[in-house]
Design a protein around this ligand. Structure first.
Ligand code: GTP
Ligand code: MG
Length: 138
């Protein structure tokens, strides 16, 4: 059974939307098998998003991710990586399908409420970045 890393981003924790967002995951059949609330430093956010280091929005992205608490979690289910991205919707909320998290809650392409791993390799790396094996309880 597949696992993926999910982050509820600062724009969503600021607006007290963690429960509404997690309801979407659970309704889609994803189980939250690990979860913690953290306030990342800009350095930690930069390390997590290191693949985007050359992108023009990198500094803004790291500032944003460190601007308020996030909720990091592991979601488990059949095809969890793809299913999570389906429930999240397109990166830019203007392009996100109706009913998706980003269509309903995201404020802009930068402040888009959620992160989800994009492939099995990145999911494994991203889960290990935040969680020890013993913290994941399926
Ligand atoms: P993640 O699940 O967060 O990785 O989103 P994604 O896979 O849909 O998008 P991508 O990996 O391409 O970009 C990572 C994150 O960078 C996005 O979720 C946005 O928060 C941010 N981002 C992407 N494009 C822009 C942009 O043009 N401007 C700003 N400010 N942020 C952006
Ligand atoms: Mg991505």
């Amino acid at each position: 059974i597949e696992r993926t890393l999910s982050i509820i981003k600062p724009d969503a924790t600021n607006r007290n939307l963690t429960g509404k967002i997690n309801a979407k995951f659970e309704e889609a059949g994803l189980r939250i098998v690990a979860q913690k609330r953290m306030h990342l430093t800009k350095e930690q956010a930069g390390k997590f998003y290191a693949v985007h280091a050359e992108r023009p929005f990198y500094d803004e992205l790291c500032e944003f991710m460190a601007s308020a608490p996030v909720v990091v979690q592991v979601l488990e289910g059949e095809g969890a990586i793809a299913k999570n991205r389906e429930v999240m919707g397109a990166t830019n909320p203007a392009d996100a399908e109706a009913g998706t998290i980003r269509a309903e809650f995201a404020e802009s392409v930068g402040e888009n409420s959620v992160h989800g791993s994009d492939a099995p390799e990145t999911a494994a790396e991203e889960i290990a970045f935040f969680f020890a094996g013993l913290e994941i309880v399926g």
